[in-house]
Design a protein around this ligand. Structure first.
Ligand SMILES: Nc1ncnc2c1ncn2[C@@H]1O[C@H](COP(=O)(O)OP(=O)(O)OP(=O)(O)O)[C@@H](O)[C@H]1O
Ligand SMILES: [Mg+2]
Length: 349
């Protein structure tokens, strides 16, 4: 009887996998797939503390707000920096899902992917933010592990898998074997830092002040890390620092490359360090399987090639690298019994 009741409740509760990223938050609902894929951005009216917009609608406002509208990106380098706003954002997404799936009973369990090596306090913040959003039980998993599961890699075998998960705020490099992380390196250099590099380049070389969004668009449109490819150009628009007036200049893919290369080298060096501290048997496995790239920055043109060239190991980009982490949390959710060993222990109360 109790079992049946539980099963019935289970039908109404939406168990969820969450990738709470610096740039994007994705939510996977059991039996449904990815139902939310939105920027981690919240717009708040500071006059009455009301939320005006969350996600894509809030991102459109970035850099265009009047004084009383505050834009918050509550995650920085992969961890919660503004607890209250994160809590409200999670609550909003969870409520939205519950409304859409008629699962009014707040009994859901969630698997949340978090960066490697975060502090107890940061972990607890994630748990608390979910719980106050109406979640019954929170399980945590390390991001690269989730990404590897999302890519259906055999991480539970005695065989090394190397995954580089590079998003907006953090790059995580991990070697996984037997369901656990053997060696890893994390660095706060990823997509956002590349955007900053481009902003700085425009200022130093063109006396041009450009916005975050413009920098990101340039990076995605013509950004590359390869020197020996055909020249591509596009226009870059911003404010001329000399006159204070708008100005448009032509920028090439090679100039973008010059702007971001220092950060790319830091990522490559971190991969090299991680390989160097990995036990030799696992290095052989990695050599045979190749290094796997995941996260939005995996899509940067030529990143795979430059890593392969420098580290002398083949590199493959995971299919749909922007969703591998959340798909991994979904797979864990649907197969909790088999995969519970990959979860992190809950934080102590
Ligand atoms: N085609 C592309 N080329 C280069 N960069 C890209 C491309 N598409 C997306 N990105 C970058 O990927 C980043 C977003 O990736 P992702 O959603 O994996 O990050 P996140 O999970 O929010 O951040 P993190 O994991 O660091 O907390 C952004 O910085 C974005 O500019
Ligand atoms: Mg991420």
């Amino acid at each position: 009887m109790f079992n049946m009741f539980n099963k019935l409740l289970g039908k109404f509760s939406a168990d969820m996998g969450i990738d709470l990223g610096t740039a994007n938050t994705l939510v996977y609902v059991k039996d449904k797939g990815i139902v939310i894929n939105e920027p981690s951005v919240v717009a708040i009216n500071s006059r009455n503390d009301q939320i005006i917009a969350i996600g894509e609608d809030a991102k459109k406002m970035v850099g265009k707000t009047p004084g009383h509208i505050m834009i918050s990106k509550p995650l920085v380098n992969g961890v919660i920096s503004d607890f209250e706003v994160t809590e409200r954002m999670i609550k909003y997404f969870i409520t939205k899902i519950h409304q859409e799936s008629f699962s009014f009973l707040p009994r859901s369990r969630v698997v949340v992917a978090i960066p490697l090596d975060v502090t107890e306090v940061e972990r607890k913040a994630v748990e608390d933010a979910c719980k106050s959003g109406g979640v019954r039980e929170v399980f945590l998993v390390e991001q690269p592990v989730a990404a590897a599961i999302g890519a259906r890699l055999p991480i539970q075998e005695a065989s090394g898998v190397m995954i580089v998960e590079s998003g907006a705020g953090i790059t995580e490099i991990a070697v996984i074997s037997l369901g656990g992380v053997v060696t890893f390196t994390t660095l706060p250099i990823a997509g956002n830092e590349l955007n900053e590099n481009i902003i700085q380049y425009a200022r130093e070389n063109f006396n041009l002040l450009i916005g975050e969004r413009t920098a990101e668009e340039l990076k995605i449109k013509i950004g590359t890390v390869l020197g020996d490819i055909e020249r591509e150009e596009t226009t870059m628009c911003g404010r001329d620092l000399m006159t204070g007036l708008p100005k448009e200049v032509i920028i090439s893919n090679q100039q973008i490359r010059e702007a971001i290369m220092r950060s790319i080298r830091q990522i490559v060096e971190a991969i090299r360090d991680t390989v160097e501290k990995t036990p030799p048997e696992l290095v052989v496995d990695i050599y045979e399987r190749g290094i796997l790239l995941s996260g939005g920055t995996a899509l940067l043109r030529g990143l795979d090639k430059i890593i392969a060239m420098e580290i002398k190991i083949p590199v493959h980009i995971i299919d749909d690298p922007l969703t591998s982490v959340v798909r991994g949390t979904g797979i864990i959710l649907e197969d909790l019994n088999n995969l519970k060993d990959v979860l992190l222990p809950p934080t102590t109360e």
